[in-house]
Design a protein around this ligand. Sequence first.
Ligand SMILES: [Zn+2]
Length: 110
Amino acid sequence: MVKSGKSFELLREVDHDGVLEAECGCCRLKEKCTQDYIVEVKNLHVGIWVCGLCSEVLKEHLSKNPEITMEEAVNGHREICHKLMRNLKSVTIPSLVTNPLAFHRENRPL
Ligand SMILES: [Zn+2]
């Protein structure tokens, strides 16, 4: 199978049913998805694949701030995610995803 250039550089094929492992461009969470779904998500987010949680955050952010573009929203959210990960090295992303309330309680600023 020929892959098209660099567009799938974050992806790794995990089986032969066309299921790929995609990595969130914001929080680095990995999810297994079909290629069609990956393309759909990337088209919605200026060519960047984002996980379900980040996509919900972006949707909400855009609905509250209609003046900003999707690109600005993705870049802003990515920066927040990266900052969080740098500051909270001991925190695993799955704990943020599975239990956001506990995550915020445990990791509130000092
Ligand atoms: Zn994410």
